[in-house]
Design a protein around this ligand. Structure first.
Ligand code: BGC
Length: 419
């Protein structure tokens, strides 16, 4: 049984009634935006809410990728007092919706014209049973490569555009005395690199079949074996100290010129921005090698829990409205590294990486190549994602596990899901 189903069962057994702990006129918001760039971004929303006279109770649970935050959220829901809003993404929104725990945002959505404002691919994810239950904050792109231009210059290499070029450039960077690829050995970061390698080496159709549709032939087949082998080779580009390292510490290695590259979603850009650096000058961005015609999207969104108190509902609705207003979309996304969730905004304040992200989002949406990020909870339900993470990380850390065995385990991981 999935953890969420267990949560409902526990709620039913306890005869619990849901009550959020937020006071009237305030919102309690669960998120995991605790790095330098992330905290600057989260603060934008807090300030906007406060400026409208609402209280903000910050419920930040540290831990990149949000796994810990989701565990804490489940236990709060199980004890009958979820926060007013939580960063819940992708298919997991449906899981919470099915439990009947989410509130109905259609009133705000109608008044603000969300249907006309949002791209269909974004709006779809925010609705459960035809009703808006969540509001999108941004669109992150996951398949990015970040680089320190001084390190590249010292090693005499350019930004790589294929996986082979990345391995070659990596070797030169190592010889020049730097860490080729900054990485943090945590399951979600391993999965982030893995999905970009699958995409870069095998293309977006294969990515879709394997990591979105969970087709057993793709998951267990030759292309997956090849992708797993490429992925294992990435270890050669990483340093000994990677185990357990947080993603923003890895980004700092690129910022400080200790490392040449990092494969990470564009929340990494939030760290470069917070450090006062300029895109295209002090740091470089490019699509992860081999993925220039693809875009792994990761949409941050705040889902609202059902509340009974009128004033609390009003505060929630204000939050939902503010999130899609231009002021928030611009200020938040400039700090967060992502692009706005609504495509109608003036992008002149955004840097060259964000401009490229928007152009590539639109191009891949039209021409194909726009795929949901598995590593960031956009492609498959949480229990399947967790099972895939286990395989990816165990394989990555086990020098003796053949890629064929990992591919077989992938098939079982997808089947073992309890839905
Ligand atoms: C979230 C981002 C966050 C990143 C690192 C991703 O899953 O979508 O908002 O910055 O994890 O914590």
């Amino acid at each position: 049984m999935s953890t969420l189903k267990k949560t409902t069962l526990a709620l039913a057994l306890a005869g619990a009634t849901l009550a959020t702990t937020a006071q009237a006129n305030e919102v309690e918001v669960l998120h995991w935006w605790t790095s330098g760039g992330e905290a600057r971004a989260a603060n934008v929303l807090k300030e906007l809410m406060e400026a409208e006279g609402y209280g903000w109770q910050d419920f930040a649970v540290a831990g990149g990728g949000g796994e810990t935050a989701m565990t804490v959220l489940k236990s709060r829901a199980m004890s009958g007092n979820p926060p007013s809003a939580a960063q819940i993404k992708g298919p997991e929104i449906q899981e919470w919706g099915e439990l009947g725990l989410l509130g109905d945002l259609n009133g705000v959505a109608d008044a603000e014209g969300w249907d006309e404002l949002l791209p269909e691919v974004v709006a779809d994810i925010m609705r459960h049973d035809g009703k808006y239950v969540a509001v999108p904050v941004n669109v992150h792109r996951v398949n990015w490569l970040w680089a320190n231009p001084e390190v590249l210059e010292a090693a005499g290499v350019e930004m790589p555009t294929t996986l082979d070029e990345l391995f070659e450039a990596g070797e030169a960077i190592r010889e020049a005395g730097f860490v080729p690829l900054a990485h943090g050995g945590q399951a979600w970061q391993d999965a982030t690199v893995f999905e970009s390698v699958v995409l870069g080496g095998q293309g977006s159709e294969f990515y879709q079949q394997a990591l979105v549709e969970l087709d057993p032939e793709a998951l267990g087949g030759e292309q997956m074996v090849a992708a797993l082998e490429d992925f294992k080779r990435m270890r050669e580009l990483m340093d000994e100290g990677m185990s357990g390292r947080d993603w923003n510490v890895a980004t700092a290695m690129v910022i400080e010129g200790v490392a040449g590259f990092q494969l990470m979603g564009d929340w990494a850009k939030g760290e470069f921005t917070a450090a006062g650096l300029t895109a295209g000058e002090d740091y470089l961005c490019a699509a992860a090698p081999g993925t220039e015609d693809a875009f792994t999207f990761n949409i941050d969104s705040l889902a609202m829990f059902r509340v009974t108190d009128d004033e609390e509902r009003e505060a929630q609705e204000a939050l939902a409205r503010l999130v899609l207003e231009p002021t928030f979309q611009e200020a938040f996304n400039l700090a967060k590294g992502s692009i706005p969730a609504r495509p109608d905004l003036d992008m002149s304040e955004f840097d060259s990486c964000a401009q490229q992200s928007l152009a590539d989002f639109q191009r891949t949406a039209e021409e194909g190549g726009l795929v949901p990020s598995m590593a960031h909870g956009m492609a498959v339900r949480a229990d399947i994602q967790g099972a895939i993470f286990d395989v990816v990380t165990n394989y990555f850390n086990d020098a003796d596990m053949p890629a064929e065995e990992a591919a077989e385990r992938m098939v079982s991981a997808a089947e073992a899901a309890s839905f």
